[in-house]
Design a protein around this ligand. Structure first.
Ligand code: PMP
Length: 454
């Protein structure tokens, strides 16, 4: 067999693409990247793209942060790998757990490590099943999440994800229940105020708990802002309305902060931005600024005590991954937390978020086909509509958001199509000039595509 020559052909010949719009790749070829410079990535042909997606929301310090690479290298030189089984673990792992509890909103807690956000959600579900069974409630197994939630792709976390695409796998598994997505603009009914909408969703939660039986529910998981569902902040008062109901029925509330953690919303945690206290936090992505595959479950005081008691009863927690608490991952995470919190990155998000919002709002106001701007901090979505007044979407066969993303790529800007929205979640190091580059290229792409489809 002759080897195909171009990078694009070689990628096509040997790589399966996940979560990829294949017609776009078929007509345009894959973009094969070699390196990065600040928030830019560079392809094999030398083309630079401003990655307004931070890779996959995670490369918050950009693509060439020297201090992070040095921390990784130093740890590879010192102690390049270990596990966390059998009571043996690296000093970096000990230090990271201390740090994570210190920067968490909890007054005390404990941490468990995974290789990804999906595995962290799976781990949390297994922890809940384990502790409920240990407390004499083995029937507490059902998991509540919301439509448009994204919690991952492993069998449990995909069952938690509220997206119809998982039907091709025969998922969700039984016992994973999806509640209404708290997106008022799209799901509020005619004449319903935002307050009434939130109250309706809270009623739905309580009705669901009562219908299923409170003693059959293991936990409720929610992203503070739904990320891969299309950047959907909660409707006003949402968490304040659902938390008392969960407390009333003894249902733990888990905040999936894989995207929203470590500064993305303008505070260290999304739960601080939306003013609620979960029972545990799921972290990944920003945790290592994208330099190492790693996830963490951070338990608050109540779950820490209950899980510890359950573990003590059988003298073991039979769960863990070979690379749980990997010393290099932990060293990078320690450095990443320091970089984000102490080198002005979190500050930059806070300072520039209003400018980002204002620029995107101006683009929306100038366009006849952007129906909604939504987001917070450095995570935003613009939703394309055929008709602004009626919120009528474009026909899905037009692939409007994919066309916008492709037009952006042609201009040297990477942003992400999600449903009918175009999503921007730039690295935290973004400058004002780079932000202006985003505005300029995005608006040109929108104009081009809307002229084609309107
Ligand atoms: N939870 C959320 C909120 C996420 O956004 C993601 C990834 N986009 C995950 C979980 C899954 O993380 P991973 O891809 O690392 O498994």
């Amino acid at each position: 067999m002759n080897k195909p020559q171009s990078w694009e052909a070689r990628a096509d010949a040997y790589s399966l693409y996940g979560f990829t719009d294949l017609p776009s790749v078929a007509s345009r070829g894959a973009v094969v990247l070699t390196h990065g410079e600040g928030p830019y990535v560079v392809d094999v042909n030398g083309r630079r793209y401003l990655d307004a997606n931070s890779g996959l929301w995670n490369m918050v310090a950009g693509f060439d942060h020297k201090g992070l690479a040095e921390a990784a290298k130093a740890q590879y030189d010192r102690f390049p790998g270990y596990h966390a089984f059998f009571g043996r673990l690296s000093d970096q792992t000990v230090m990271l757990s201390e740090k994570l509890v210190e920067v968490s909103p909890f007054e005390r807690g404990k941490v468990f490590y995974t290789n990804s956000g999906s595995e962290a959600n799976d781990t949390m579900v297994k922890m809940l099943w384990f502790l409920h069974a240990s407390e004499g409630k083995p029937e507490r197994r059902k998991i509540l999440t919301r439509w448009n939630a994204y919690h991952g792709v492993t069998v449990i976390s995909a069952s938690m994800t509220g997206k119809p695409y998982n039907e091709v796998f025969g998922l969700p598994l039984p016992g994973f229940i999806h509640l209404t997505c708290p997106h008022y603009w799209r799901y509020g009914t005619e004449g319903e105020t935002e307050e009434q909408f939130t109250a309706r969703l809270a009623r739905e939660l309580e009705d669901t708990i009562l219908r299923e039986g409170p003693d059959t529910i293991a936990g409720f998981f929610a992203e503070p802002v739904q990320g891969a569902g299309g950047v959907i902040p909660p409707s006003q008062g949402y968490f304040q309305a659902v938390l008392p109901i969960l407390r009333k029925y003894g249902i733990p509330m888990i905040a999936d902060e894989v995207i929203t953690g470590f500064g993305r919303t303008g505070n260290t945690w999304g739960c601080l931005t939306y003013d609620f206290m979960p029972d545990a936090i799921i972290s990944s992505k920003n945790l290592t600024a994208g330099l190492f595959p790693m996830g963490a479950v951070i338990l608050g005081p109540d779950l820490t005590d209950r899980l510890q008691a359950a573990i003590d009863r059988i003298e073991e927690f039979p769960h863990g991954f070979t690379a749980s608490g990997h010393p290099v991952g932990c060293a990078i995470a320690l450095k990443a937390i320091d970089v984000v919190m102490n080198e002005g990155l979190a500050e930059n998000v806070k300072r520039l978020a209003p400018r980002l919002e204002a620029g995107l709002r101006a683009i929306m106001d100038r366009s006849d086909h952007i129906g909604e701007l939504r987001g917070v901090g450095f995570m935003w979505a613009l939703e394309a509509v055929r008709d602004k007044a009626t919120k009528t979407p474009f026909d899905s066969s037009l692939s409007v958001s994919e066309r916008i993303a492709n037009a952006c790529t042609d201009l040297g800007l990477i942003c992400r199509p999600l449903g009918q929205s175009i999503v921007l979640c730039p690295p935290f190091i973004l400058t004002e000039a780079q932000m202006d580059e985003i505005f300029d290229k995005l608006e040109r792409a929108l104009k081009k595509v809307f002229a084609e489809v309107a």
